[in-house]
Design a protein. Structure first.
Length: 129
């Protein structure tokens, strides 16, 4: 099984211009497998990818997202978690930057689905160790 780290690296995105959001960090830390990869990227990279023709452009959650298979690329993660905030607080695992656990917990708390609440529990247990 290919790890999320390998999948992200295989995309060849420029280092320092993307942050993996959502459940990616749980996968990287071995807490549970993530089935898709969600990114927030710099404005420059978002426009470059948008115009590349490799991604379908869709409106979702009041904003544009780029889609390709199990990949979603966003210009930000809600109004208070734009790219600059995410990259500055990112956690690096094997050369891949992930959203900080506090930000992931905040977003998953806002959504509040059963899966999100389970992810919060897993993250909090991991961080307590």
């Amino acid at each position: 099984m290919t790890s999320i780290i390998e999948k992200v690296k295989a995309l060849g995105l420029p280092v320092g211009e993307y942050v993996v959001i959502g459940s990616g960090l749980l996968d990287a830390w071995g807490l549970r497998q993530s089935h898709d990869i969600d990114f927030v990227v710099s404005a420059r990279l978002f426009e470059e990818l948008r115009s590349s023709g490799q991604y379908e452009v869709e409106e979702k959650y009041d904003g544009e997202v780029l889609l390709s298979g199990d990949i979603e690329i966003w210009p930000g993660w809600k109004s208070d978690a734009g790219f600059d905030t995410l990259i500055q607080s990112a956690v690096e695992v094997d050369g891949v930057r992930f959203a900080h656990p506090d930000i992931i917990i905040k977003r998953k708390t806002e959504r509040g689905s059963e899966k999100d609440l389970n992810d919060i529990r897993l993250l909090k247990e991991y961080l307590a160790k």
